[in-house]
Design a protein around this ligand. Structure first.
Ligand code: ATP
Length: 634
């Protein structure tokens, strides 16, 4: 069969099984695109190495060298090669996701038109190696939310699309099953991979890129998945996937095969021409050997010893050279030239974006749905603060008004200054990483921006923080017996709430800077501990600190929160004095304030304002961190 359906060019190597299926992706049509890559070079920056003197040298490493390939529309191309050969890097560059600071040279084209940065992004879907979905949503909900984020259509037509995707992916029997993950029971690994593919298919992409979609699946499930991809290619989608050690019977499912070795081509062309190509070079595939494994091995340098390295690198070099001189390579080049000489593509972006308010409404709905089904997360959000307060009560019991209660009050206020902020931070570290990783994937897919994600995330967190703080403050304040005025209770509540939210924001911000949650946790714990110790004034008076630490305390939230707590509790407080003849050091709380917090009463209104401002500033900072982070990622 001839390929190049729009333009009748001879390119007889490829056979597109899909076209004969007579199947389509109704109710929507795939905008068919052939993918061409010409002379692609890709290098990434390595760590800067410091030379003697003041000049800085940023070394770089070549990952891909002179890669040229052509994938006709509606075909399935497997990209293979040994580990580190550049497969994922090739997909990343194709998907316009080269790492920051890298250099990309060469041309990437869709139907012969050179891709602008947005063109591939809008025409393709990229299925990453790791599924990043919310575990507590069902398959139907997962795909429906994607349709809400990306399509501007009637509800019924979105439902029709999602149903089509579910049917085509063979997921009808698990439509209402939760997606699950390693901690939550749900779909099997193979079904979850299909949902990841479905997430990309909702938008009917012209090109589908998949990074090792079969990893972690048993060989039967892996085979079924590739079979499914073959069917999807049959609907007109051009598919490129990287794959490790495919079963030999997958060979006939691939229309095209690319084998990379150290970022260079050993082979790229029609699958059924591959055996002939290697035969002609004097490398026939041994009987009963898997040709896919065999040719990948041929392109691999054996580093076990110097002699094997020398021998294999010579043969790999000769394979690369022979391929560049082969008829298949020149046919690929001809095909690319043919498409390039055709009319320029009018770039039609298939995504019709939903409006921002609708996307944000749906994002909150999705977060709430996910949390409402996650009983441990829900319990964590609502009960941790209360349990902390209950423990405080068990520890301090009724605080009383004798002279000893001064010491108890100081200890209690210190704990109250530190507890809510730590709990907020722990909530973020435990619950946010799943959302963050999904956000990275979805923002790269162009669903929404970081600020939209963070606004909705915080909007979803605030009601829980308010409720948890109300329960905590009401119980703790009255059970322990703090200054019994309602207005003071209200101040106590808001101060605890803002500290709790600040902790959540510090955790989120740190997770924006540090990928590993465990490391983010320890850095946050360190920062908050320092803030409690240094700026609360409850361990050592801030006034008595060395100037540098004193100035530093102004940057810390505990400077303001603790002053508010102590003024709220001590101003106007009357304490009992012991029997005559014994010293009464603090007959009034105001004496304590004068001694340790001389300006706290004067600064009360300022501190209230600073607490709100501080929390908002933290929020703005978090948005900034994620804006930069996603820019770097993109
Ligand atoms: N950002 C980067 N910085 C430094 N080196 C990189 C970077 N990205 C990729 N590399 C290097 O480029 C080479 C190719 O990486 P790539 O992940 O594309 O290989 P791969 O063929 O997909 O490997 P695998 O099959 O093991 O996933 C590797 O040696 C890798 O270490």
């Amino acid at each position: 069969m001839k390929v190049g359906t729009t333009n009748s060019v001879e390119y007889e190597f490829y056979e597109k099984a899909g076209e004969d299926d007579g199947d389509d992706f109704a109710p929507y049509v795939v905008n068919r695109k052939a993918v061409s890559v010409e002379g692609l070079h890709y290098s990434v920056p390595l760590y800067p190495s410091w030379k003697l003197g003041l000049s800085r040298n940023c070394a770089s490493r070549n990952i891909l060298n002179n890669v040229t390939l052509h994938v006709p529309d509606g075909t399935l191309m497997a990209i293979m090669g040994n580990s580190g050969s550049g497969k994922t890097s090739l997909l990343d560059v194709l998907a316009n996701r080269a790492v920051a600071g890298s250099k990309v040279k060469g041309e990437i084209m869709l139907n012969g038109t050179e891709c602008t940065p947005g063109m591939m992004k809008h025409s393709s879907g990229y299925v990453l190696q790791h599924d990043r979905m919310l575990p507590n949503l069902t398959v139907w909900e997962t795909l429906m939310f994607v349709s809400h984020f990306t399509l501007n259509e009637k509800e019924s037509s979105k439902e029709e699309r999602v149903q089509t995707v579910i049917d085509k992916l063979g997921l009808s029997h698990v439509t209402d099953t939760r997606v699950g993950n390693e901690h939550t029971r749900g779909l099997s690994g193979g079904e979850r991979r299909r949902v990841s593919i479905g997430v990309q298919l909702v938008n009917a992409p012209s090109v589908l890129l998949l990074d090792e979609p079969t990893t972690g699946l048993d060989s039967f499930a892996a085979h079924n998945l590739v079979l499914l991809l073959k069917r999807i290619a049959g609907f007109g989608v051009t598919i490129l996937l990287t794959i490790h050690q495919p079963r030999s019977d997958m060979f006939r499912l691939f229309d095209g095969i690319t084998i990379l070795s150290s970022g260079e081509l050993v082979y790229s062309g029609p699958a059924r021409a591959m055996v002939q190509h290697f035969n002609s070079l004097g490398y026939p595939c041994p009987l009963y050997a898997n040709p896919l494994d065999h040719y990948v091995d041929l392109g691999t340098i054996d580093y076990r010893s110097e002699s094997t390295q020398l021998k294999t690198s010579d043969s790999v070099e000769s394979l690369k050279k022979s391929f560049m001189e082969s008829a298949i390579h020149s046919e690929t080049q001809k095909q690319i030239q043919y498409w390039k000489s055709g009319p320029r593509e009018n770039v039609v972006f298939y995504r019709t974006k939903a409006n921002k308010h609708e996307i944000m409404r749906r994002m909150i709905q999705r977060l709430q749905l996910n949390l409402s089904r996650d009983s441990s997360a829900l319990t964590m959000r609502l009960s941790q603060l209360f349990l902390f307060g209950f423990f405080m009560f068990a520890f301090f019991f009724r605080i009383g008004s004798n002279q000893n209660s001064m010491q108890d009050r100081v200890g209690f206020l210190y704990e109250i200054s530190c507890g809510p902020i730590f709990i907020g931070m722990f909530n973020a570290i435990a619950l946010f990483p799943t959302m963050r990783d999904m956000h990275y994937r979805e923002s790269r897919d162009g669903f929404y921006n970081s600020w939209m994600f963070l606004c909705t995330y915080i909007a979803h967190v605030v009601p829980f923080a308010m409720l948890a703080s109300v329960i905590f403050a009401t119980f703790t304040y009255w059970a322990i017996g703090l200054n019994p005025q309602v207005v003071r209770f209200v101040f106590f509540y808001f101060n605890s709430l803002l500290l709790h939210l600040a902790g959540e924001l510090i955790g989120i911000g740190m997770l924006g800077m540090i990928g590993d949650p465990t490391l983010a946790n320890s850095v946050c714990a360190l920062i908050i501990s320092i803030s409690c110790l240094l700026a609360s004034g409850l361990v050592r008076s801030v006034e008595s600190l060395p100037t540098f630490l004193h100035l530093l305390s102004y940057l810390m939230i505990h400077k303001y929160a603790s002053e508010l707590f102590v003024v709220n509790e001590y101003s106007g407080l009357e304490l009992d004095c012991p029997q005559q003849g014994e010293m009464c050091i603090f007959p009034k709380g105001d004496i304590y304030l004068e001694q340790y917090y001389p300006n706290a009463i004067k600064n009360f209104d300022r501190n209230c304002a600073v607490m709100w401002f501080y929390t908002l500033a933290l929020f703005a900072l978090v948005i900034g961190i994620f804006q930069v982070r996603t820019k770097v990622l993109h």
